[in-house]
Design a protein around this ligand. Structure first.
Ligand code: SF4
Length: 264
């Protein structure tokens, strides 16, 4: 995950300045903006994302909530495309915890061998299948506490499942969301927890359910890590990223209609 840049501190040879009082420092940090955007700007930003992708979806292939959970567990430090390649065959024969358990760790490992950390992930898939059968009657719980108790399931994984299947307005901060939140100053934070907390506050409520997917897809296809493609960006006029290279927003049409862009 991209790490936040350290703040630069200028050294001075001049006489020491008057130290700030702790209350002044506290006030400053309280005042440090949660976001660089007014509510109107945020409303407009997400309105455009919605026009572009009215029904955004994730790119991890799955056939039910169990396979969604497994796919998300497998996607840690792997690309969605790489996970999909491996899981297509796996999910054809093991789409329930019972079938996954019957398949066994070794066989699961054979299916997912192309994915990073596959040994550990195969083990977790079997352990979480066991836990689902033992503790939840073979069902995936729609509750964060219960989800994060499952082997291999962290907060981000739980957030994805809660959002995609249980339609809860969660914010699963991945590398794209973390980068965008900081780059464009939408919800700056030093770590994923800070960014998650800030986004939940600054994304207008009516857009919260889909914000996670809009930001991921925007980061994956337009506001890319190495070089943001600002000339293809529908929020180029609103964006406050110091490194943006264009002020003119791209035409606001549905993503599939642009003709210039990749499939998603
Ligand atoms: S204008 Fe550039 S930096 Fe800003 S959101 Fe768009 S792609 Fe990212």
């Amino acid at each position: 995950m991209e790490k936040p840049k350290p703040r630069s501190r200028s050294k001075s040879n001049s006489a020491p300045t008057t130290p700030r009082t702790s209350s002044a420092t506290a006030a400053r940090s309280r005042k440090r903006a949660l976001t660089a955007y007014s509510l109107d700007e945020r409303m407009e930003m997400f309105r455009r994302f919605e026009v572009q992708r009215p029904e955004p979806t994730g790119e991890l292939e799955h056939v039910n909530v169990f396979t969604l959970l497994v796919a998300v567990v497998l996607s840690a430090q792997a690309t969605d495309a790489g996970v999909n390649k491996a899981t297509r065959a796996l999910f054809q024969i093991a789409d329930t915890p019972q079938k996954m358990l019957a398949l066994g760790e070794e066989k699961v490992g054979e299916y997912i061998r192309t994915i990073g950390l596959w040994r550990n992930k195969a083990k977790n898939v079997i352990l979480l299948s066991e836990a689902l059968i033992r503790d939840h009657g073979g069902e995936v719980p729609g509750d964060r506490n219960a989800l994060t108790k499952l082997p291999g399931v962290g907060r981000k994984t739980a957030n994805v499942v809660l959002n995609m299947f249980f339609h809860q307005p969660t914010m699963a901060v991945d590398t794209h969301i973390f980068r965008i939140a900081n780059r464009i100053l939408l919800a700056p934070g030093k770590n994923v927890d800070e960014v998650e907390e800030a986004l939940l506050k600054v994304v207008p409520e009516q857009y919260l359910l889909h914000a996670h997917h809009w930001l991921i897809l925007h980061g994956r296809y337009v506001c890319k890590a190495r070089k943001p493609e600002c000339e293809r960006c529908v929020i180029a006029d609103i964006c406050k990223a110091p490194e943006k290279t264009n002020d003119v927003p791209a035409p606001l049409v549905r993503w599939e209609e642009t003709g210039l862009l990749p499939a998603k």
